[in-house]
Design a protein. Structure first.
Length: 476
């Protein structure tokens, strides 16, 4: 409808090719809320007739309540044209009042920011639920011996609970990033119009607050022509993708029959169409693959924006699908991985035997000697290593030799549980430190949930108030 006055009739194939209407279903609710807010503001600023504004708001509110009434034709360039066509069909020329002082450039950016903020909040709450699962399982397995690998070789004895808490703390840092990003995203571009601002006396700060935003993107060019807020918001999502992929690989390897450090839940296992003995960790494979998709989506976003000149280009429209794909993919992965971690069983006896045979407490022996004999650790490290080599890496024999030479009781350090109990530093795998870590993790989750609930309640409260103000105008 935008081209009719100045151009020939559009070529349907080209319009369908450039249209974003199919993808715009994701943002219909936010599109209507932003347009309702804008029209209310025009009425309040007395720059459009009250009766016309009331009829526009009534029609938009009816569509908001019956969104299935919108025509989703690919002959429309985007959802904004579709909504304007709907208004025009209902109200005729009077619908044009709603277009005063706005551009698709500032309204698209506003809609995307609102949708993104809501999506990040929903994702963050799901990640917090995953963290609660990790904390619960960490309590259950706080004292169960497990194996820490470096270079995928048995390295040190930890507990399964300690491993789970490592994931929780990393997720906690990512939630910090997400909360900060929500605050950044909730800055309004409304009133920036096409990029230069508008001569219509819009109070951008008032309009921002009534539309759910907390602040304003000041510069009108930046407000309309950049998707830095997408790139920023994708950073923690990319971090989640990398972390989820690594977790999947951990359990993928540990569940191999030659290791059997864990037993995956049967609901996450599939068999072969020809080999009935197979237990394939199917869900982990799919999580890992789809997380790589998210990495690709991130690079698509920065590749598209990095080549653009300043000012709006339709290329920016093509960024949006990569963002929604990333968020939806990670939300699914969060739920699947959360279910896996809630049900996976660590095999303590296997881990204990691996720790006893391949870790053997050599590090703990070297530390004990260095401290008790006040000798340089590097010297003691070399001594333990050379002794192990001389006795063909038999740790029990090596400890006998070292105990005799240093006059130090070291034999108990062969026991994996004793190795765990020697750890005393903050955040370590030792019993006291682990209990402190569980308490700290529980506190972090509580604070994050409270903060997110506060942000969500403020945002949704403002949007609910916007709808109520629209109803009040109609009722006058």
């Amino acid at each position: 409808m935008y081209r009719k006055a100045g151009f020939k009739e559009a070529d349907e194939k080209i319009t369908e090719y450039t249209s974003s209407i199919t993808l715009d279903r994701e943002i219909l609710e936010e599109t209507l809320l932003v347009l309702i807010s804008h029209t209310l503001h025009l009425v309040e600023r007395r720059v459009i007739p009250l009766d016309a504004g009331r009829r526009i708001v009534r029609t938009l509110l009816e569509l908001y309540l019956r969104r299935e009434d919108l025509e989703w034709s690919r002959t429309y360039e985007d959802i904004h044209e579709a909504v304007e066509a709907y208004l025009t069909k209902k109200l005729g020329e009077e619908a044009g009042y709603a277009s005063l002082g706005r551009s698709r450039n500032d309204h698209v950016a506003a809609v995307l920011r609102l949708k993104l903020a809501r999506s990040l909040i929903a994702l963050a709450k799901e990640v917090i639920a995953l963290r609660e699962t990790l904390i619960r399982r960490a309590k259950e397995h706080a004292g169960e011996v497990f194996v820490l690998h470096t270079h995928f070789q048995p390295a040190q004895t930890i507990t399964f609970g300690h491993y789970l808490l490592s994931i929780e703390e990393e997720l906690s840092d990512i939630i910090d990033m997400m909360i900060e990003d929500v605050e950044l995203v909730l800055k309004s571009p409304l009133g920036a119009a096409a990029g230069a601002g508008t001569s219509v006396p819009i109070d951008r700060r008032v309009l921002a607050l009534q539309t759910g935003f907390k602040d304003v993107v000041i510069n009108s060019v930046y407000a309309t022509s950049s998707r830095t807020f997408f790139i920023r918001a994708l950073s923690p999502i990319l971090s989640l993708a990398v972390l989820y992929s690594r977790i999947s690989t951990d359990f993928y390897l540990w569940s191999h029959p030659s290791l059997s450090l864990v037993t995956p839940p049967e609901t996450h296992v599939q068999t072969s169409s020809i080999m009935p003995h197979k237990r394939n960790p199917a869900s982990l494979e799919v999580v890992r693959a789809r997380c790589i998709d998210v990495v690709g989506e991130f690079f698509n976003v920065i590749a598209i924006e990095s080549k653009l000149p300043t000012g709006y280009s339709l290329d920016l429209q093509e960024i949006t699908k990569h963002v929604w794909n990333s968020i939806n993919t990670i939300r699914e992965a969060t739920l699947i991985l959360g279910d896996f971690l809630a049900k996976v069983k660590p095999n303590m006896q296997v881990s204990f035997e691996v720790a006893r045979r391949f870790i053997s407490g050599a590090t703990e022996v070297a530390e004990r000697i260095a401290i008790s004999k006040r000798e340089p650790f590097r010297k003691v490290h070399a001594k333990v290593s050379s002794t192990l080599r001389k006795v063909d890496w038999n740790i029990e024999r090596a400890i006998e030799v070292l105990s005799s030479e240093y006059g130090e009781g070291l034999k108990h350090l062969i026991d994996p549980v004793s190795q765990v109990n020697t750890k005393v530093t903050l955040g370590s795998t030792g019993p006291t430190a682990l209990l402190e870590s569980i308490e700290a993790a529980t506190y972090r989750v509580k604070k994050h949930r409270e903060r997110l609930d506060g942000i969500a309640q403020d945002l949704e409260g403002r949007l609910d108030m916007l709808v109520e103000r629209a109803r009040a105008l109609i009722a006058e």
